[in-house]
Write a protein that binds this ligand. Sequence first.
Ligand SMILES: [Zn+2]
Length: 494
Amino acid sequence: MKDNKLNLFLKESPPESLPISSMETIPEPPLNQTYPFNKDLQHLLYGKQLLFDDLPFPLKEIQQHFENGHILYRKGISTENNKIACARCGNKDSSLFASFPCARCGEKNCMYCRKCIMMGRVSACTPLVSWRGADPDEAITEDPLVWSGKLSDGQQLASDRVKQAVIENKELLVWAVCGAGKTEVLFEGINTALASGKRVCIATPRTDVVLELGPRLKTAFPGIQVAVLYGGSEDRHLQAPLTIATTHQLLRFYKAFDAVIVDEVDAFPYTADESLQYAVRQSRKDLSSMIYLTATPNRKWQNECRNGKRDFVTIPARYHRHPLPVPSFKWCGNWEKALKKDKLPAAVTQWIKMRLDNQKQCLLFLPKIDKMEKVLSLLRKLHPKIEAVHAEDPDRKSKVQQMRDKEIPMLLTTTILERGVTFPSVDVAVLGTEDRIFTESALVQIAGRVGRSAQFPNGDITFFHYGKTENMVQARKQILKINEEARKKGLIDY
Ligand SMILES: [Zn+2]
């Protein structure tokens, strides 16, 4: 065991021990089955990768578990072949590492990762700590799903495929149109997984989605403990068979789940931030299933589906069997120039007036906050109760609620409301659709706000623009194609 001694804290370690930073690999002592391990520690560490600072146990106790093979240490920062990498977030960008004089190892230049520092400092001398002893005992509930709803034909087909993927530990993309009811499609698969003692995680880039899904899944699986994880949530140390988390929170997990479901896989920041994709991969067990959900897969994924390189299932129609509203394009000239003269393009004013006169609620999307504020000041002359929201707006939630309660006739918004929100009956317009911020998927999502409820399945979606873009054309094409597919499959009646 002498060679296996690690220098965790200089003061406590014997002189012959090695500091972690200078070791090629950290040893994995054989598992001592008779060692009376601490169940609380097992509970806390199973499926996780934490730092010593995260563990409310004496270092000595942790070290004894390590020496008896119950705990795994992995180097937090690896420097193989002179290439630096963070094992927690996958960061390999040398500019995102820094060094500091470390009190723990005594090095003047102890390297650490800046990329994931908000989850606690991963440095060269501290390991990521995981459990490698016995699995915790799981109480298995035979048929935990309590849900009496009925799936549409399209949903049922997707639900069967999800269940199959979960059983066979496969990867599957569920491509479901906005408003298809994709959460319900997961229920059977999750039920099957839980009933066989599997651990399931639903991850999404967006905190609002976590907050919305939490109560819904708790209701559907009342006998199951559900951990709801986001920045600042209290369930952090809860060991639950079903976890709902932001993709960010998965940075603390390591080989934890038998089934990982990523909802809104194309949403910001997941697509832009490789460390989140890395975190999702790290959270899966070696043998596990992976389900992706989205209404708007990116171009690459769409092509992979078409070329048979990606397993997928579509739900091309909404639950209420009406087609998706198709956007119309309206050229409105140089609207920014008009705004400078305190004017809105006539076509836009006309579109808005018509809605106000008919008391039909509407959303107007704009590419920039300053333009939005300007438009707001002009529109307030038409109706004093018109409001505007953007990402940093402290009143964002209350304004959205006011819109739901029909207290305001119209809401101006940036792309922040492009997904996730449902108003039962709205018309939607985009002003400045030519802006780069309106990608194909953003535009499909925006159009997807219209006609969601069975009571009001129709509505108008208009893209006002100063020059048609490829994104607009492709978004429209995608919607038409999906409607055509739904018609062919007999999923649309109207
Ligand atoms: Zn990192």
